[in-house]
Ligand binder design. Structure first.
Ligand code: PMT
Length: 220
């Protein structure tokens, strides 16, 4: 069912530079996104992985990797594929804001306090959702510390996602950085499927099994 499907995946963090040596970022390792990319590629999908800065090596030479650093670069790289993909999976932890100005020289510590003015980054999943065709599917992620179902529902609707993967940082082994994750899948009819803590490879398989079910519904 996934053989030959063209799939765009975002993974990892973005870095938003304040000056040449400092940036705003987050703790995403890219492991979740890379695991999904590899599982999909093993199933014969044609995978494009747009990756923020990570230390990971991709284990499949079949996957097209596009390396980016900032949210603006990630959007630009993804937009190139928006029309041609069947499915988009947004695993990346994109920085919501970037500094208004990137100083060209290292900022000196002259004052006791300093203020950095930030501006909102574009939302890649939202941009895809705006123009999503009836024959395209999109899956998003939400990492929250509280009210995860409520926030997840809001994100799924706003970004026009077909389903959303919920994860938290509340327990050891979940979310950022670990080789494991504990997820729930929230669907458009508000049903939820909960999963125990598993390796990110197994989590990727669970997500892909749900994706296959959605594809079956879409094309039957
Ligand atoms: O990389 P790992 O260390 O393996 O960790 C995996 C993970 C925790 C990063 C991953 O499982 C995860 O939850 N990713 C989403 C993180 C998040 O909090 O996303 P968000 O709530 O800011 O965004 C919601 C959705 O919109 C996500 O699908 C995100 O990729 C997308 N988004 C958000 C902002 C933005 N500017 N563009 C986007 O596409």
């Amino acid at each position: 069912m996934l053989r030959g499907k063209r799939i765009l995946i975002t993974a990892g963090p973005t870095k938003e530079f304040i000056d040449p040596v400092r940036f705003i970022s987050n703790a995403s390792s890219g492991k979740m996104g890379y695991a999904i990319a590899e599982e999909l590629s093993n199933k014969g999908a044609d995978v494009i992985l747009v990756s923020g800065p990570t230390n990971l090596k991709c284990n499949s030479s079949q996957i097209k990797i596009v390396q980016v650093t900032t949210a603006l670069e990630m959007l630009q790289a993804c937009q190139h594929y928006f029309d041609s993909v069947d499915i988009a999976i947004f695993t990346a932890a994109v920085a919501d804001y970037r500094p208004m100005i990137m100083e060209s020289s290292k900022i000196k510590k002259n004052d006791e306090t300093m203020t950095i003015q930030l501006t909102k980054n574009p939302d890649i999943a939202y941009e895809f959702g705006k123009g999503k065709r009836a024959d395209q599917l999109s899956i998003g992620f939400a990492l929250e510390t509280d009210n995860i179902v409520e926030y997840g529902k809001g994100k799924m609707q706003k970004k026009n996602l077909d389903f959303i993967v919920l994860n938290t940082t509340n327990e050891n082994g979940e979310g950022f950085g670990f080789d494991t994750n504990k997820i729930s899948l929230l669907f458009r009819d508000n049903s939820i499927e909960h999963f125990p803590l598993k390796s990110k490879k197994e989590v990727a398989s669970d997500i892909i099994a749900s994706l296959e079910e959605q594809l079956q519904q879409l094309f039957t």
